[in-house]
Design a protein around this ligand. Structure first.
Ligand code: SF4
Length: 362
């Protein structure tokens, strides 16, 4: 790869070697005026990730532009690590991976093969088509929902799956996404935190705002705070645009419908997904909520959720013997919350005030 490709795919090893050869020191990147553009572009990468889950293209016309663009990538990773927020890390990983996917569309297949090697995706070119072992194919595509990604719909020859360039790029997108989520946050130093303090505060605030918006938007009267950890995680994934497995979508849709969300409100929660398909999502929601099938499904029990790998971050309440179902968790948490809420002030004797509240029915 050449410098132009390093600027377009700054996660490859060649890009960091190029930075090393350019003799740019970390302290210079963090504070020297010569690298203010790299710092600005690095911050912009993170802002783009928060706002639109992708990273804008910048001018790469000159050698200097390309160097600044390459440097903006480690800068963005440092900023995300300094903020240290799980939501931001997921959102940033998604944005970088989506952007790499878009850029790969216009690259030669040989470049994609180089990127694959960088990302640890073993593949060879067979008749000009990238070909990979079916186990690797499954590893990177298990979260992709459309039928075209099912192994039964894919030709497997001698254990290998051959993919057209666009589909191979989608596999690489997933591999990059997983790699970034695994790598971040990086260890950060006091000097990083001090040098970048204003930017860190701003990004932290924006990430918080976005999370708050997601948490409150579209949930109406429902108490999101009382959601079981599995559902909180699934909602966060849907809203951050991450892929959710089929069992995860089923569990989340049936849970939300059973606690009172309308079909339209559930649609809105899935609308943030990168591969959101309105017609397909509507069909799935209508099916699970009984509009088509006549059966209104409930989420699976916790034991099945565990088997389906969609039981996330189980907490102390989950560990109680009788909490065997996400809906039981939700109702139990609501009851606990109501009990611990300050008691309404008793109406003064002789007052004409209406009684406030009523004993909770179980
Ligand atoms: S134990 Fe049940 S309620 Fe708790 S996170 Fe797992 S699936 Fe959800």
């Amino acid at each position: 790869m050449e410098v132009r490709e390093f600027a377009r795919f700054p996660f490859v090893r060649g890009a960091s070697e190029f930075v090393r050869r350019s003799k740019v020191e970390l302290d210079d990147l963090l504070g020297h005026t010569a690298f203010s553009q790299a710092r600005m572009r690095g911050k912009k990468r993170v802002l783009d990730a928060i706002e639109k889950a992708s990273v804008d293209d910048n001018s790469m016309a000159t050698e200097e532009d390309r160097l600044q663009e390459i440097l903006s990538y480690p800068m963005a990773r440092i900023l995300v690590s300094c903020v240290g927020d799980g939501f931001l890390i997921r959102r940033y990983a998604l944005a970088e991976a989506k952007t790499a996917y878009d850029r790969m569309q216009t690259e030669r297949v040989e470049t994609l093969m180089e990127i694959a090697a960088e990302l640890g995706v073993e593949a060879t070119l067979v008749d000009d088509l990238p070909s990979m072992h079916f186990t690797d194919f499954l590893r990177f595509t298990s979260g992709l929902r459309s039928k075209e990604w099912k192994l039964v719909n894919t030709e497997v020859k001698k254990g290998k799956v051959a993919l057209p360039k666009v589909k191979f790029a989608r596999v690489l997108e997933q591999a990059l996404h997983d790699k970034l989520e695994d790598e971040l946050p990086l260890p950060v130093t006091r000097s990083m935190l001090e040098a970048l303090r204003p930017d860190i505060s701003e990004l932290k605030m924006l990430a918080e705002q976005m999370k708050d918006r997601y948490q409150t938007e579209g949930f109406g009267e429902v108490d999101v705070e009382s959601f079981p950890p599995c559902m909180k995680r699934l909602v966060a994934m849907a809203q951050a645009g991450e892929n959710i497995s089929h069992p995860g979508r089923f569990a989340l849709t049936s849970f939300l419908f059973n606690i009172g969300l309308s079909r339209e409100e559930i649609m809105k929660i899935f609308a943030g997904s990168p591969d959101f398909d309105e017609a397909k999502t509507r069909y799935q929601i209508d099916h699970i909520t009984g509009e088509i099938s006549g059966t209104t499904y409930t989420p699976p029990e916790c034991s099945t959720m565990r088997t389906n790998a969609v039981c996330f971050n189980a907490d102390d309440l989950c560990r109680l013997d009788w909490v065997k179902h996400p809906l039981i968790y939700y109702r139990a948490k609501l009851r606990r919350k109501r009990r611990s809420a300050p008691a309404p002030q008793a109406a003064k004797e002789g007052s004409a005030a209406e009684p406030v509240g009523r004993p909770e029915s179980r």
